[in-house]
Design a protein. Structure first.
Length: 295
């Protein structure tokens, strides 16, 4: 608060030396710093580069739960934001923080905006990044969903608990890949057909390192194992690149219990009656004591 007050007093002096700085941290941990000042600035352990050609439009801020937003504009370059990284999706959802800084004394600064990159467009050697504020997350559905299938998604405790357990993942080099989304191997019979279906593929080396893809199908054909993704990896994937395959789940209670032995962490409601329950009628047959329907 004292630092912010010092900046306020500087702004009131009538003769100011202020600039704006932006930090961008991608989900893979790689960070960038930009400033509209004519010299590099350093604070928060980040070097904010000048002459990067990055600017920002006016920030639209409001009270209440309205979504704050702005837009960052800049030139594509290998030194900062490259077209191939945008194409690969490495900047999707990246965290963005914008400061107003006294460049003569960077200890005097205040955060103007904190959020993430939304829509990212590129054209004519430049990029346009929509920046969405923290209240954007309030537009997303949250909370538990009462359904038979597991609602945990990628945070499924089954996958988390068994992420390093032999038999539930496989590490191997790419041998044959078609259009960055169909991978084929020989001699990969150590897992049942469909074992990796609805799982995840993670690239561990090569130009596409760090990128992931959801597995659509896991099948055998002509003694070859075929892993098909829902969409292509958005960077070149070539033979020799190392990948990781994680076992998938269809979200059913039986799969969690039998495949992972982890029924205690199941996040669905398998005993919710189906639509046919609405048309059911009392029966004299069977056990009608109101107890569990499961053995």
């Amino acid at each position: 608060m004292a630092v912010q007050n010092a900046l306020v007093q500087h702004m009131k002096s009538g003769l100011t030396t202020v600039a704006r700085c932006w930090s961008v941290r991608r989900k893979d941990g790689v960070g960038f710093g930009f400033t509209d000042h004519d010299c590099d600035l350093v604070f928060e352990g980040i070097t904010f580069r000048a002459e990067t050609g990055v600017t920002a439009a006016a920030l639209d801020q409001s009270t209440g739960l309205s979504v704050d937003n702005t837009e960052a504009l800049g030139a594509l370059s290998d030194a900062s934001i490259s077209e191939k990284d945008i194409e690969a999706g490495r900047f999707d959802g990246a965290e963005v923080v914008c400061w107003l800084v006294n460049w003569a004394n960077v200890a005097e600064r205040s955060i103007l905006f904190r959020g993430a990159i939304g829509e990212l467009r590129r054209a004519g050697g430049a990029f346009h990044a929509e920046l969405r504020g923290l209240t954007e997350s309030l537009n997303q559905p949250m909370g538990r969903v009462f359904q038979k299938a597991c609602a945990a998604g990628e945070d499924c405790a089954c996958r988390r608990n068994f992420s390093e357990t032999p038999g539930y993942f496989d590490l191997r080099d790419v041998v044959d890949v078609t259009d960055n989304w169909i991978l084929t191997w020989d001699n990969m019979a150590g897992f049942e057909p469909g074992w990796f279906q609805r799982g995840k593929l993670t690239v561990l080396s090569g130009e596409a390192v760090g990128l992931t893809g959801s597995i659509k199908a896991d099948t055998f054909a002509d003694n070859k194992r075929i892993i098909e993704l829902w969409e292509p990896i958005r960077a070149p994937l070539v033979p020799g690149d190392r990948v990781r395959l994680d076992a998938g789940t269809d979200g059913r209670f039986e799969t969690c219990r039998l495949k992972f032995g982890n029924a205690v962490d199941f996040r669905g409601f398998p005993d919710i009656p189906g639509d046919d329950w609405m048309t059911a009628y009392p029966s004299r047959n069977g056990v009608n004591d109101g107890g569990s329907l499961r053995e």
